[in-house]
Write a new protein. Structure first.
Length: 295
């Protein structure tokens, strides 16, 4: 498919009195379906890991799909306080509004994000006017219980791997450091269980774990548009998501409904960082958007 000319336009727009910074990738003839690329939290910004969002946006725009990638409050070059993915509904709505103003041809918006940006899309997608589809890469659903279950399965599987035993016999693992790390984890967990906790600490723990997954489930249940999951075979975060789905009937009822599709990339890591995985993800996103455009 031949690529088309496009423009890359810097954008500054308001969200609750703060300046958000973004880049619009605008084809000369934009389609009515566009992609809003949401950066994951932490030390990242609108370019994405390994400039993955840049390559995706340029590829999509070269095929007529407009894209806005932006920093929400407290990330990258945007002003304001970083509140975390649970609190970016206003940022997403401001971005969609600015995107549609910059590209008047735009009628439908797809949210794309990986890790906790995917989690944010599940929580907030149903609240943001103009969003009609979600593309979710390895959503972050981690809790202590899920993480422990996944790690147990991971290490039990390693016991059947001959390379593991070869390294163990050759003393290539630092068993002393592993033992000390285990003792530290047990000690820290015991201290948390035995020490009195304030209500704010309890709320903070719930916000980071169980409460977040409840919000994701509620948001995904309310979202009525088509959803695409892109899942990596070499990601513990992806394994944690599968652990959650496999053990929760409420999640299964939503996850297995019509309109939700999953593509697995067995050799990909959490951020689809290698060239082949990135190309496959970019192509999957393009195919999804083209399918929406033809509906």
């Amino acid at each position: 498919m031949k690529t088309r000319p496009m423009n890359e336009i810097p954008l500054v727009f308001d969200c609750q009195g703060e300046d958000l910074i973004g880049i619009v990738h605008r084809p000369q003839v934009p389609s009515e379906v566009g992609v809003l690329a949401v950066v994951a939290g932490g030390p990242q910004y609108r370019a994405g890991v390994g400039r993955g969002m840049v390559s995706l946006a340029r590829m999509l725009a070269g095929h007529g799909v407009p894209v806005l990638r932006f920093d929400y409050r407290g990330l990258g070059d945007s002003s304001g306080e970083f509140l975390g993915f649970n609190h970016i509904a206003e940022d997403l709505q401001a971005a969609v509004n600015a995107f549609r103003q910059e590209v008047p041809e735009l009628k439908r918006v797809v949210l794309w994000g990986g890790c906790d940006a995917a989690s944010a899309a599940m929580i907030h997608g149903c609240k943001v006017a103009g969003v009609e589809s979600l593309i979710l890469g390895n959503p972050w659903v981690s809790t202590d219980e899920i993480r422990s279950a996944v790690l147990r399965k991971h290490y039990v599987k390693r016991l059947g791997d001959r390379h593991f035993w070869q390294k163990l016999i050759r003393f290539e693992y630092n068993l002393v450091d592993y033992a000390l790390a285990g003792v530290q984890k047990v000690t820290a967990k015991s201290a948390r269980l035995l020490s009195p906790r304030t209500s704010s600490q309890v709320d903070a723990d719930a916000e980071g774990g169980g409460r977040a997954t409840d919000s994701m489930l509620a948001g995904l249940r309310q979202f009525k548009g088509p959803v695409l999951f892109l899942m990596s075979g070499r990601s513990l975060v992806s394994n944690e998501f599968d652990e959650l789905i496999g053990g929760d009937s409420a999640w299964q009822s939503v996850y297995n409904r019509p309109g939700i599709k999953r593509i697995d990339l067995p050799d990909a890591d959490q951020t689809f960082s290698d060239g082949d995985s990135r190309e496959r993800v970019n192509q999957a996103i393009l195919d999804w958007v083209v399918g929406l455009r033809e509906c």
